[in-house]
Design a protein around this ligand. Structure first.
Ligand code: ADP
Ligand code: MG
Ligand code: MG
Length: 254
């Protein structure tokens, strides 16, 4: 059982107008096997939260903590975060010309584990995972993300999730731009990682659609850089009906 703790996190970015605070005190605890959905309007800072956890250099953590089983994540380099068990899709290159998926996966897995995976089981694992994700076998020979469709990129992302076996995944708008078949396949992959590896999920989304396939244990409403409400899966249904307008009004009159 692992725990990812975010404590009173404040994050700023540098703009031409100076430093602007985007995250204004975010606290959240995720345990192995749990799915937490973060839902909120565009521009509320959801991706900023994901980038800060990933260690993107443009996002300055001005105060607060991120702890993985008590270890200080903010002190870790990006690759150390991955080795510690955080899966942050955005850390991987968008396109890697001349590097096949097979080679990329094997190299990344070796870097994550500190030793090369056994050739026999690895080849079988990759084939099985690709089969689960309804990916064409020729996909393995293609260069990373080169000419991949939106759906293929998401499948490639979930393929990594299945093979790398992280403790926690931060999935930022994994549902965006997916047709219903791709959404189902991708969601099933996330659910498998949860069942097989006790993955903890931070699922960031603007829409409730993906939550029909990946059942959240907790739903957090994110407005203006903060969690303003938390509840169970029923909260997502309410957001689908009512949107964020009630929360935004509260913010404006506060
Ligand atoms: P969300 O993912 O909820 O749509 P973001 O985290 O992407 O929100 O953005 C939150 C706010 O921070 C927005 O006003 C956005 O314009 C601003 N922002 C985020 N990243 C940057 C950046 N690198 N440079 C300038 N502004 C940024
Ligand atoms: Mg949960
Ligand atoms: Mg975003």
């Amino acid at each position: 059982m692992s725990t990812l703790e975010i404590k009173d996190l404040h994050v700023s970015i540098d703009t031409e107008q100076g430093e602007v605070e985007i995250l204004k005190g975010v606290s959240l605890t995720i345990k192995s096997g749990e799915t937490h959905a973060i839902m909120g309007p565009n521009g509320s800072g959801k991706s900023t939260l994901a980038q800060a956890i990933a260690g993107h250099p443009s996002y300055n953590v001005t105060s607060g903590e991120i702890l993985l089983d008590g270890e200080d994540v903010l002190e870790m380099e990006v690759d150390e975060r991955a080795q510690a068990g955080l899966f942050l899709a955005m850390q991987y290159p968008v396109e890697v010309p001349g590097v096949s998926m097979t080679n990329f996966l094997r190299t990344a897995k070796t870097a994550l584990d500190g030793e090369a995976p056994s050739i026999r089981t690895w080849t079988k694992d990759v084939r099985e995972a690709m089969n689960n994700l309804e990916m064409d076998p020729t996909f393995a020979t293609r260069n990373v993300n080169e000419g991949f469709s939106g759906g293929e990129k998401k499948r490639a992302e979930i393929l990594q999730l299945e093979l790398f076996k992280p403790k926690f995944a931060i999935l930022d708008e994994t549902d965006s731009g997916l047709d219903i078949d791709a959404l189902r396949v991708v969601s099933e992959g996330v659910n498998r990682a949860q069942e097989n590896n006790d993955l903890g999920n931070l699922l960031i989304t603007h829409y409730t659609r993906i939550l029909r396939y990946i059942k959240p244990d907790f739903v957090h409403v994110f407005v203006d850089g903060k969690i303003v409400d938390s509840g169970g899966a029923e909260l997502a249904d309410r957001l689908e009906d009512e949107g964020y307008v009630n929360y935004e009004k509260t913010e404006a009159t506060a």
